[in-house]
Design a protein. Structure first.
Lengths: 127, 236
């Protein structure tokens, strides 16, 4: 048959056309915030090192923390920590069967995202 | 003159088309409560007879007409036209090999279903009459037996898009759980052994698209959690 000898059949589109659902966003943000937290570990270690190097090192670390970049990165990593912790608890509750219903799966995603937004705003004001 | 509904439909004919494209159609809203499948039928019977799609029962039982409708999977026959954002974009179920237009190759999907051995396995001698089950045990199958294997959940799952060759996907796992929960089945251990695998089961990252998209409002994510709990329980 003519159709069988020609090029392979196409794969239907997926990620490029699938509409974002809240639970999908919640799951992907969990992976993304996890990666950010790993990147934050060497940063935290570096800040600890500056403190251990006498008052000049301490002053250096402190200056960086109060700089625009420093504050932005600290804000980002802290927000990621807040999200990852809350959503981690959400996943644990799901694992033990507490939030198994369709409604609770959606509601818990909303709650976690709301907590993170409030935290991020408050932190931005405080920083 | 009745109101016109605008649709954009994914078209691909392997014999004539280089690659897939979207084609626009306009369909009159003939009666209130008209479903998406009615619009497709209208196009096929009145505008373009070459438009290809699967359909059968027309009432959400056979599971033939799963499509991606405005970005979310669903059954054409039970999705009302009213309330859908226009132009209504209709594509085949995601991440599937397209045979023609909205028809996809379901071979791999049904292979994965076969892999979970979807039948009652029993070693004890056959009883004289039927195998009995208490109403409580029967109730454990609620939320599983209703699945019509339309494929909406499996093809909505990003984990399955990336690892569909090894991850069984929500539909097959919901069915696996249906037999694990069944009090009459005596192969629970073997079924769990089969599933205890980093890919077959544990590729699920609780994205929950399956639960959001299921046209029968079932919850494959919960079924997957049930299997994980059954696996944990037999270890302690």
């Amino acid at each position: 048959m003519a159709g069988q000898t020609s090029k392979p059949l196409p794969l239907s589109p997926h990620i490029s056309i699938y509409r974002w659902r809240l639970t999908m966003l919640a799951s992907i943000m969990h992976r993304a915030s996890g990666v950010l937290l790993i990147l934050g570990v060497p940063l935290a270690l570096w800040l600890l090192l500056t403190m251990a190097h006498g008052h000049i090192g301490y002053f250096y670390g402190l200056t960086w923390m109060r700089s625009t970049y420093g504050m932005m990165i600290l804000w980002l990593v802290s927000t990621a920590l807040c999200y990852h912790t809350c959503n981690g608890i959400r996943f644990l509750l799901l694992d033990i069967g507490y939030t198994d219903s369709r409604e609770m799966m959606k509601l818990s995603a909303k709650i976690v995202l709301a907590i993170t937004v409030v935290f991020a705003v408050l932190l931005a004001v405080w920083l | 003159m009745s109101e016109l509904i605008k649709l954009e439909i994914y078209r691909f004919n392997p014999e004539t088309d280089e690659k897939p494209y979207m084609q626009s159609f306009e369909v009159p809203l003939e009666k209130p409560g008209m479903k998406l499948l009615d619009a497709l039928n209208y196009i096929k019977w009145n505008i373009d007879g070459t438009l290809s799609y699967r359909r059968s029962c027309g009432e959400g039982v056979c599971g033939s007409d799963g499509f991606n409708i405005n970005g979310v999977n669903g059954l054409g026959c039970i999705t009302p036209l009213e309330g859908l954002k226009q132009p209504i974009q209709i594509r085949p179920l995601p991440s599937m090999v397209v045979t023609r237009d909205l028809i996809v190759d379901m071979t791999h999907f049904f292979d994965q279903y076969r892999q979970i051995k979807p039948w009652l396995q029993s070693k004890s001698p056959e009883p004289e009459n039927e195998r009995l089950q208490s109403p409580e045990d029967r109730a454990k199958l609620d939320g599983s037996y209703e699945c019509i294997l339309c494929g909406c959940c499996t093809t909505s799952c990003p984990s399955w898009w990336w690892n569909g060759d090894r991850f069984l996907g929500p539909a097959a796992l919901l069915q696996a759980n249906r037999w694990i929960q069944d009090s009459r089945d005596e192969a629970t251990g073997e079924r769990l052994d089969e599933l205890e695998d980093a890919f077959k089961l544990y590729r699920c990252h609780q994205i929950m698209n399956c639960m959001e998209t299921c046209p029968k409002e079932l919850n494959p994510t919960k079924a997957i959690s049930d299997i994980k709990r059954a696996l944990t329980k037999r270890k302690v």
